[in-house]
Design a protein around this ligand. Structure first.
Ligand code: SF4
Length: 432
């Protein structure tokens, strides 16, 4: 429902004015994060405590993936629970016991809150404590909220990782300085970054989340962390509470972003820029060449971002600076000014930024501007395509390996492909 909070023109920390909107929004809820989180932490299980709608959402977002032993499920809150006729806590305990009996491979269980569990005020934090007591040390039970009332889709990952931070073992003040790369990355990308950081000279290195709940990285006052994703505000705060320090950097998208990210890591460990240049030279050159092909197609094309994943600002920076695209409007569900400081500095002067959403107004602005490409959620893509716009589904940008040098051209291609498809359709229409 549309809230009646007026639009406020705010000034961003780096002089770019930001249009703030708080109205009806069209964006997935935080449950969506389960799709990539369950692939990453391979002995974890995600139990959504929700409705049939929630079950449909994660099943359809998981698409065609069929698992013999899936690692997510929904405990359905039915009418009896909603009407207070059954004790939802007893029901939940029963479901969890049955699940853990059947699946002894589960080492970490996340109870994931949803809109219905919030509505009936089911206290999942207490449920997680109670069940942890029952199942420790075999299984750790944690909870976070993926509810659409509280989260947009990448915030589910933030909430999950923030819930996991207190479980990390403590590193002492005398332990050597270490680097923690924070944010879910596909394994192939993680391996590339690990090789590159080690070649640069960063030897004490871990990734969070880890691939197994049995290898949680230690964190303490000598931990420096580097965010790989721009939507991890709560996770960063939780790590800071454990004494870790964030390394300020842009995000590793495109050649420029990846280089600056690696330089920031090296710098914080006292490693000189030459070591980074040397270790990255071949990959930089390869990526630069691979981008050239897409630059020809994308240069000068006008792009409009609806707010969706919080990746919009770093992606817009990459598209504008490395591929010559023109930014019509860059919407983001939430603008974390501190974490995006360098990214904001890199945006072309005069970039129209918006934070939050009032979807009808934003659609009007989009139509008036007639961009060549619109990046938006699934709910907006089909109607916009029907109106003749060329669209890119934002969710693909989260699911695909897009970080680092080796993926820079793949990332560019994700934007080039819809334009190519549209050009082909137009050519066919002319021929017919
Ligand atoms: Fe819908 Fe809320 Fe369930 Fe998300 S958590 S699928 S928004 S009911």
């Amino acid at each position: 429902m549309s809230a009646v909070i007026p639009i406020v023109a705010d000034t961003g920390c780096h002089e770019l004015p930001v249009l703030r909107e708080r109205g009806q929004r069209e964006v997935f809820c935080g449950l969506t994060g389960i799709i990539w989180l369950h692939r990453k932490i391979q002995d974890a299980f995600f139990l959504v405590v929700g409705s049939r709608t929630c079950a449909h959402l994660i099943q359809s977002a998981a698409g065609v993936m069929i698992f013999a032993e899936p690692r997510f499920a929904t405990a359905i809150i039915d009418e009896r629970d909603l009407a207070g006729l059954a004790d939802a806590n007893d029901e939940l305990d029963r479901v969890v016991r049955r699940l853990l009996e059947r699946r002894p491979d589960i080492r970490m269980l996340f109870l994931v809150g949803s809109c219905p569990s919030e509505v009936i005020k089911l206290d999942l934090a207490r449920a997680a404590e109670r069940l942890s007591r029952e199942f420790l040390p075999q299984v750790r039970v944690l909870n976070y909220s993926g509810s659409g009332i509280e989260t947009t889709f990448t915030q589910g990952e933030d909430a999950c990782l923030a819930a996991l931070v207190p479980q990390l073992p403590a590193a002492g003040a005398n332990d050597p300085a270490s680097l923690l790369v924070v944010g879910c990355l596909p394994d192939v990308v993680e391996d590339q970054f690990a090789r590159m950081l080690q070649a640069i000279g960063v030897q004490q290195l871990a990734f969070f989340p880890p691939r197994s709940s049995r290898s949680l990285p230690a964190v303490g006052p000598n931990t420096r962390f580097l965010l790989a994703q721009p939507f991890l505000g709560d996770t960063a705060r939780a790590l800071e509470l454990r004494g870790a320090r964030r390394i300020a950097a842009p995000f590793p998208f495109g050649v420029e972003g990846t280089s600056a990210w690696l330089h920031a890591a090296a710098h914080s460990f006292g490693i000189g820029a030459e070591a980074v240049e040397r270790a990255t030279q071949a990959a930089r050159e390869r990526a630069g060449k691979a981008l050239q092909r897409h630059r020809e197609r994308l240069q000068g094309r006008r792009i409009f971002f609806f707010p969706d994943s919080q990746l919009e600002i770093p992606l817009a920076r990459f598209l504008a600076r490395e591929l010559g695209m023109q930014l019509v409007e860059v919407g983001t569900p939430y603008l974390h000014r501190e974490h995006l400081r360098q990214e904001l500095d890199w945006l072309p002067e005069g970039t129209a930024l918006s934070e939050g959403q009032d979807v009808e107004k934003q659609l009007d602005r989009c139509r008036a501007q007639a961009p060549d490409l619109v990046v938006c959620g699934l709910g907006l893509a089909n109607p916009l395509e029907a109106e003749g716009f060329t669209t890119k589904w934002a969710i693909e940008l989260v699911f695909s390996p897009v970080h680092g040098y080796e993926q820079a051209a793949d990332l560019a291609e994700l934007f080039a492909r819809p334009l190519l498809r549209r050009a082909k359709l137009s050519a066919e229409a002319v021929c017919n």
